[in-house]
Write a protein that binds this ligand. Structure first.
Ligand code: ZN
Ligand code: ZN
Length: 362
């Protein structure tokens, strides 16, 4: 069927909005009419990094919409259901069978490969193949083909424009705290980077029982937002040693989370930890610089890599929605809506830091 899609062509750092063709869903696939899609850091990284994914490609991986068709073997959803889409996974490897799809052994191919596992794609334009299936969705389009595994049914009384970003960025930050680090009540945590992932982690830390929550960022306006969402201390480390700045604000911390991907920040967070403290790391950022073993890990400190908040989206997305309904997880305060035709402007505003979480509306 004819759809409208945002296409990233080779050598370009802008999306071209154009008509495209979308296949019918196969037996385990779901066709979704998009209502909204959040823009996540990974979309921007793929757009600005040539060679990271095959092109021309349709990106977008925080889609929310209404199921329009399902394949013959699909039982999880039916036409008319509201769904949020999240990461794709194989469903049969060891980690998938233990409800840990964010550590699926086939995660890279199924989210960044640009095709189905059999090498085909559901998208084309004027007879030429378009890569897609990005995070099992490619949701920068009016319709997409997802899989039964990566659509999560959501209540119909909440706006899909609000729920869209739960599928990746918000899950990544909140899940790192609630599923992986799990700070005990009375403990302290430092969270570096106050973009959507870091702010989601701060809101989750407030729910976890940590009583000292230190937000770290170099932008004072972001630190104000962090304080409004639950941080108890704000540290702007410009011109000073990060660990010393955290120590002077609140003393050593029990936990830390890096959302910047900056190796120096990770090392500063590790140096700020108490013995036996743990620093979670959610991204390797833009640099290929490896994180070296910080000598302080020999004091029982550890660094742990976390993908997608260690979440099983089938249970964690409904959990976040329940917290939101109770007024405990106001992630909607980060959202700025844009029309789909303004996708490039929304990306520019996310890169410049003018907005936190752009959500394009179809
Ligand atoms: Zn798997
Ligand atoms: Zn993402």
């Amino acid at each position: 069927m004819r759809i409208e899609a945002a296409i990233a062509y080779p050598e370009s750092e802008r999306f071209v909005l154009a008509p495209a063709e979308l296949e019918e869903p196969r037996e385990a696939e779901v066709m979704v009419r998009l209502v909204a899609t959040g823009i996540c850091h990974t979309d921007l990284k793929m757009l600005h990094t040539q060679g990271a994914v095959p092109r021309p490609i349709v990106l977008g991986h925080e889609g929310a919409g209404i199921v329009s068709k399902v394949g013959s073997r699909v039982t999880k959803v039916r036409p008319g259901d509201h769904v949020v889409m999240s990461i794709n996974s194989c469903g049969h490897c060891g980690n998938c069978r233990q409800s840990m799809p964010s550590y699926c052994e086939d995660l890279f191919a199924r989210n960044f490969g640009g095709t189905r596992p059999d090498g085909t794609t559901a998208l084309s334009r004027e007879g030429e193949r378009l890569y897609g299936h990005f995070f099992g969705q490619s949701s920068f389009a009016t319709y997409c083909i997802a899989t039964e595994r990566n659509v999560i049914p959501v209540p119909t009384d909440l706006p899909l424009e609000t729920l869209a970003p739960l599928g990746c960025g918000i899950q990544t930050g909140a899940g790192a705290i609630l599923n992986v680090l799990k700070p005990q009540s009375g403990s302290s945590i430092a969270i570096a980077g106050t973009g959507p992932v870091g702010l989601s982690a701060i809101m989750a830390a407030k729910l976890s029982g940590a009583i000292t929550i230190v937000a770290v960022d170099t932008r004072d306006s972001r630190l104000e937002m962090a304080l409004a969402l639950g941080a108890t201390h704000a540290v702007n480390p410009v011109g000073q040693d990060l660990a010393a700045a955290i120590h002077s604000a609140c003393g050593p911390t029990d936990w830390a989370l890096d959302t910047t991907g900056n190796v120096d920040v990770v090392n500063g967070l590790v140096a700020a930890l108490n013995p036996r403290g743990t620093c979670g790391v959610v991204s390797n950022g833009r640099s290929a610089t490896p994180i070296n073993f910080h000598p302080l890990i020999f004091g029982g400190r550890s660094i742990t890599g976390i993908a997608q908040g260690g979440a099983d989206p089938d249970t964690f997305i409904p959990h976040m929605i329940a917290l939101h309904r109770e007024g405990k997880f106001p992630f909607d305060r980060m959202i700025t809506p844009y029309a789909f035709r303004d996708l490039n402007k929304a990306c520019d505003d996310a890169v410049s830091g003018k907005v936190l979480k752009p959500v394009v509306i179809f």
